[in-house]
Design a protein around this ligand. Structure first.
Ligand code: ADP
Length: 158
């Protein structure tokens, strides 16, 4: 059984900020039964983007990604739940939004590879590093969520 306190990092990207989709995106995570452990709006600089996107830093499209991600603030969210890294990646859909499954965030809300509404950590290991990158320990909250009684059965909660 996985860990109910597993955490992942989501960024609501500038296209979604400009299109007024913050509430829609957060609503989908809330409706799924995930706990918001931390949330903040922030402007990203070149240094944090180089670190965050190290795996694509030598791609020809990286300068475009970097300037897009700096074109407005983003909303960073730390979500918590059982197998949350995988669950959130499934909710987000594949990178190329116009081919993402209907019902997913990218599938429902976007058409682009670059402007694809959200970032979500891809592995548990990367999620731990990414949560630390965007949140200080004081920005994260540990609290009981009463709906967990109805989101999980007992053996999933322990
Ligand atoms: P994901 O965000 O789905 O994990 P990647 O880590 O491969 O995808 O890429 C990071 C981000 O870089 C993507 O979300 C997208 O915004 C951008 N990106 C990826 N591939 C391209 C591309 N071919 N052209 C433009 N932007 C891209």
């Amino acid at each position: 059984m996985g860990n109910i306190r597993e955490q992942t990092l989501v960024l609501i990207k500038p296209d979604a900020i400009q299109r007024g989709l913050i509430g829609n995106v957060i609503g989908r995570f809330e409706m799924k039964g995930l706990k918001v452990a931390g949330i903040k709006m922030m402007s990203l600089d070149e240094a944090i983007l180089r670190e965050h996107y190290a795996h694509i830093a030598d791609k020809p499209f990286f300068p475009g990604v970097s300037s897009f991600m700096r074109s407005s603030p983003v909303v960073a969210i730390c979500l918590e739940g059982l197998d949350v890294v995988n669950a959130v990646r499934l909710l987000c859909g594949i990178t190329k939004a116009r081919e993402a499954d209907a019902g997913t965030i990218r599938g429902d809300l976007a058409m682009s590879v670059a402007c694809n509404v959200v970032h979500a950590s891809d592995t548990v290991e990367n999620a731990q590093a990414e949560v630390k990158r965007f949140f200080n320990p004081d920005d994260l909250f540990n609290y009981d969520k009463s709906e967990y009684m109805h989101v999980y059965v007992e053996d999933e909660r322990s």
